[in-house]
Design a protein around this ligand. Structure first.
Ligand code: CIR
Length: 256
């Protein structure tokens, strides 16, 4: 069960953040509306929210998930792989320190984005990507092992369709992994029940289980139906403006 989440209000310069997709420029009024609805949904799922002010120094800083990896046994700050995002960690550190002590940090030359880390019960999948390097993944693996978790690496560097590992897979509890078709045959997933996401709906592979609900992006009817059929309780949220900046549902919060 999660009880809390940290979110950060998007800044007026949100559209100046990084993106690899060509879906147009986000409309700031819609960005704020979608973020507000996202926060409301987290509250509906029973979470107490810490809402941080917009930080105009970092246009991508609303994607708080990338700054830390939180577990029930301990937390670690990351060292984001994009130079424009590195300072986001110092900016969020004080609030995380109020919840987690000790709070170690991924050290140079390691880089790691929280979006590359997928927790599935006591095992963590560590994505090595254009943001998270092997050194960063190795540092996290060592830390997780101290905490009693196992981990394994999934190299997504050859994939052009996703930025982070969790853009392609999500663990939603009950031994179930939601996984984009392109990655579904990875032998590391063989002991899970797989919800395979079709190519047309692959953005919906980034979903988030929060207590009784599974947050999914709106506009993807197949996955919505499949989750219902499997007994999950999906909650669809409009994410169009965040998708324009390569963001998904998980990146907008740190949950613990
Ligand atoms: C970036 O490129 O870093 C941001 N525009 C999007 C980050 C998305 N984060 C995530 O998937 N965890």
């Amino acid at each position: 069960m999660f009880t809390r989440a940290i979110v950060r209000i998007p800044g007026t310069n949100f559209a100046a953040g990084l993106t690899t997709v060509d879906l147009g420029i986000p409309h700031f009024d819609r960005v704020l509306e979608q973020h507000a609805r996202y926060c409301e949904a987290l509250s509906e799922c029973g979470l107490e929210l810490t809402v941080l002010n917009a930080d105009l120094r970092y246009p991508d800083s609303t994607f708080v998930e990338d700054t830390a990896v939180l577990t029930t046994k301990g937390a670690i700050l990351t060292r984001p792989g994009a130079p424009t995002r590195e300072g986001e960690v110092e900016a969020i550190k004080p609030i995380l320190q109020s919840f987690f002590d000790p709070l170690p940090c991924i050290e140079a030359p390691g880089t790691l984005d929280g979006g590359d880390i997928c927790e599935a019960e006591d095992h963590f999948f560590l994505g090595v990507s254009h943001r998270t390097n092997e050194e960063g993944a190795a540092q996290l693996a060592a830390y997780l092992s101290q905490l009693g978790y196992s981990s394994s690496v999934i190299d997504i560097r050859v994939m052009t369709s996703i930025l982070h590992l969790k853009s392609g897979i999500s663990y939603i509890g009950d031994n179930t992994l939601v996984v984009m078709e392109e990655m579904a045959d990875n032998p590391q997933f063989r002991n899970f029940d797989l919800v395979r996401v079709s190519l047309e709906e692959s953005y919906a592979a980034n979903c988030v289980r929060i207590n009784e609900r599974v947050l999914v992006p709106a506009g993807f009817p197949e996955i919505l139906e499949e989750l219902r059929q499997r007994g999950f309780s999906p909650l669809a949220l409009d994410m169009s403006e965040f998708q324009k900046m390569d963001g998904g549902l998980s990146c907008l919060s740190l949950r613990f």
